[in-house]
Write a protein that binds this ligand. Structure first.
Ligand code: PLP
Length: 356
């Protein structure tokens, strides 16, 4: 049975009539606009925020299409990747009936979004090395499995998934495979966007929240076949990306040549942070990272987490997460921040000694 989009979607999705916005009917930029009940005098801030933004973010997509080597019709932009995750569940999964497969330990939003939408979750844990157990994943698939989420590089483990294992899942599973590449810019791994033309059931997610430094603006990307992207555009809220965000993202894309420099700083700091952490006696293991964070196994991780909070240094406690026992996830900071973390951790040593 091959991948047939129409059969995979929730049946009613095929009959939805999209909201026809005022701006859909007349796409010219010049005119007397009395069609959208906007305020003609402008905003109190003096900025031109009184008009509704472009619902399809065409300017951004044109730039992105060139950068990614895709067509604009293969690009969806969402209010964070989180919006794309939610829309995918709503498009493909019948609540109370269908299921998705997750590969713990992984990004928490897949599960949250599934619960909100009343979608069952099947979990196939990664191996001890945080790699995909391909056979077990395929065995978990049943007739109601619609989506498999693969996060690579993975959050919170930081590793990239074996490329052939991902391909194996895409070719063997006839539902949708989502490869979440939120951290791809920090990795030497090529993006799966280059393989979209081979795989009609592949959707790749990326985000402006990490390498691009735009987490506050909320904008994420999804890349897939034109027919899948059409569905996401059909069911999204019409004006899901604000005009201000669109402006700032465009500004950023115009300076895309500088992104490598930004990423390089983080990679330099990742090495520094790792070197310094390794010197601490209570650090048991630092997992290899292809992302902008380190997963670190520590003696009494929870205690160290609480000590750091007391020092007003906030890291992520993952010690209760499957396969991450006694692990903290530490984002790579700027040099000064990393130094403060290390200095604080050095102060923690005496406390351990006192306890012994
Ligand atoms: C941070 C992150 C995202 C990004 O989410 P946004 O909603 O775009 O900020 C997506 N996936 C993973 C795995 C992440 O860690």
């Amino acid at each position: 049975m091959a991948f047939v989009l129409e059969k995979l979607l929730r049946p009613h999705i095929l009959h939805i009539k999209p909201y026809s916005s005022a701006r859909d009917e007349y796409t010219g930029k010049v005119g007397v606009f009395l069609d959208a009940n906007e305020n003609p005098y402008g905003a109190l801030t003096g900025e031109a925020f009184n008009r509704y933004p472009d619902p399809y973010q065409s300017d951004i997509k044109e730039k992105l299409a060139l950068i990614k080597g895709l067509s604009t019709a293969q690009i969806f932009l969402g209010n964070g990747s989180d919006e794309a995750i939610d829309l995918l569940m709503r498009a493909f999964c019948v609540p109370g009936k269908d299921n998705i497969i997750l590969l713990p330990p992984t990004y928490g939003m897949y599960e949250v979004s599934a619960s909100i939408n009343d979608i069952a979750v099947k979990r196939v844990n990664l191996s001890e090395e945080f790699q995909m157990r391909t056979e077990a994943i395929l065995e978990a698939v049943d007739e109601f499995t619609k989506i498999i989420f693969i996060c690579s590089p993975n959050n919170p483990s930081g590793n990239k998934m074996d490329r052939d294992a991902i391909r194996k899942i895409i070719t063997s599973f006839h539902g949708l495979v989502v490869v979440d590449e939120a951290y791809i810019d920090f990795s030497d791994e090529p993006s799966f966007t280059t393989e979209l033309s081979n795989f009609p059931n592949l959707l790749v997610m990326q985000t402006f929240s990490k390498a691009w430094g735009l987490a506050n603006l909320r904008i994420g990307m999804a890349f897939a076949s034109e027919s899948i992207i059409r569905i996401l555009n059909l069911i999204k809220p019409p004006y899901n990306i604000s005009g201000l965000t669109q402006q700032k993202v465009l500004d950023s894309l115009e300076q895309a040549d500088k992104i490598d420099g930004l990423v390089k700083n983080v990679l330099t700091e990742r090495i520094y942070l790792k070197q310094e952490l390794e010197k601490l006696p209570f650090v048991l293991k630092i997992y290899p990272s292809h992302a902008n964070f380190l997963l670190v196994k520590m003696d009494h991780a929870r205690k160290i987490y609480e000590f750091l909070i007391h020092e007003m240094i906030i890291v992520r406690d993952r010690s209760k997460v499957v396969l991450c026992e006694d692990c903290l996830r530490i984002s790579v900071g700027a040099r000064e921040e990393n130094k403060q973390l290390i200095e604080a951790l050095k102060r923690y040593e005496p406390i351990i000694k006192n306890l012994n």
